[in-house]
Design a protein around this ligand. Structure first.
Ligand SMILES: Cc1ncc(COP(=O)(O)O)c(C=O)c1O
Length: 365
């Protein structure tokens, strides 16, 4: 495809010497799991965010799962999140033994609607997981205000928002605990699976550290029951290299998003809304179009790659139909019919954006 949806090879080529040096360093060290690289990455990532602790784990899903368990939430407890997220968010709630409850989202930010969140709180609710979707932060003041009022824990799902800011402060530092994914396509992506639990609370950090390795404080002595969810040294070393570039890459994403927004005619294809309270890091550039399927076919014919994140809200997927009836979360359901992600990554050539914008203008006429 002449304009692919994304191209991870370009990024590797731009930092090849640094990455190759880091991977050779790990190979020569003979240490592959939970060693110096992981420890250094945890310190550097926490520092970058402005948080006290980061605990490297195996994936973003595990980061959410262990964050929920670290809070002591499990069987019989309800955790509220949104239906327009990676299924991982809901999957993690279930992995912890808790019950997922869904609320609707806002049409502008596409993130959690605070009023809808308040409307599904019950006496079993223990936590809320706002998802900072596509690089845009959720409306944290309103959500945190409600959560504090009902004494609910706040778990930020930051899998799509490394470096994004809410009122000048990086996400992952607002709730009680946060989860990051380092899946390869993320703004900060490893070359395999990876994730991190982030918190300012020393007890939650300690609990996450125990949970990620069989509940061990000392080897072969399980203090609590845990799992195997360790960040490996190779991924940690790669993430340390990439973390140094994250701000520049996010700036490149924002620059490209601004070019799109400026070039789109905004008649039938509407550009995403950047909420004034935050700094979007454009993990994805997601347009709205009432004729979305026609638009994606139109772009495919012109060999422009697009994607739909996510085509089916969680409660309309077979496994999760028990969570909410069809029609009960109307904003998320409408968004799923209308959203389309255009190519956006830091190395995306500007000429490609111009070609995509030209195709979209042709679509509008
Ligand atoms: C919003 C969100 N939450 C959680 C996850 C889970 O992360 P991972 O794929 O690393 O398990 C992802 C990524 O897929 C995500 O986009």
């Amino acid at each position: 495809m002449p304009i692919p949806f994304f191209d991870l090879k370009k990024q590797y080529e731009s930092i090849k010497a640094e990455i190759d040096g880091a991977t050779r360093r790990v190979l020569a060290s003979g240490m592959f799991i939970l060693g110096q690289e992981t420890e250094a990455f945890e310190t550097e990532f926490a520092e970058y965010l402005g948080a006290k602790y980061a605990v490297g784990v195996n994936s973003g899903t595990d980061a959410l799962h262990l964050a929920i368990r670290a809070l002591g939430i499990g069987k019989g407890d309800e955790v509220i999140t949104v239906p327009n997220t990676a299924v991982a968010t809901v999957c993690a709630i279930e992995m912890a033994g808790a019950t997922p409850v869904l609320c609707d989202v806002r049409a502008d930010s596409m993130t959690m609607d605070a009023d809808s969140f308040a409307s599904v709180i019950t006496d079993k609710t223990r936590a809320v997981i706002p998802v900072h979707l596509f690089g845009q932060t959720a409306e944290l003041d309103a959500i945190i205000g409600i959560a504090r009022q009902y004494r609910l824990a706040i778990i930020e799902d930051c899998a799509q928002a490394h470096g994004a800011k809410y009122q000048g402060q990086r996400v992952g530092t607002f709730g009680d605990i946060a989860a990051f994914s380092f899946y390869p396509t993320k703004n900060l992506g490893a070359y395999g699976d990876g994730g991190a639990v982030v918190t300012d609370d020393p007890q939650l950090a300690e609990k996450a550290r125990l949970l990620r390795q069989y509940g061990w404080r000392s080897r072969y002595e399980s203090e609590i029951s845990g799992v195997n969810s360790r960040l490996d040294e190779m991924q940690a070393a790669i993430l340390r290299v990439k973390l140094k570039h994250l701000d520049a890459w996010n700036a490149a994403r924002r620059e490209r998003a601004a070019v799109y927004t400026e070039m789109l005619p905004n008649k039938r294809v509407l550009s995403p809304v950047e909420m004034p309270y935050g700094e979007h890091v454009f993990h994805l550039y997601v347009v709205h179009c009432a004729m979305r399927d026609y638009l994606s076919a139109f772009l495919r014919e012109r060999e422009i790659g697009t994607a739909i994140q996510y085509p089916t809200p969680i409660h309309l997927q077979q496994a999760y139909q028990h969570l909410a009836p069809a029609g009960s979360l109307p904003v998320a359901e409408k968004l799923a019919r209308e959203i389309l992600s255009l190519p956006l990554y830091p190395e995306l050539p500007l000429v490609d954006i111009h070609a995509i914008a030209a195709a979209l203008r042709e679509f509008e006429t």
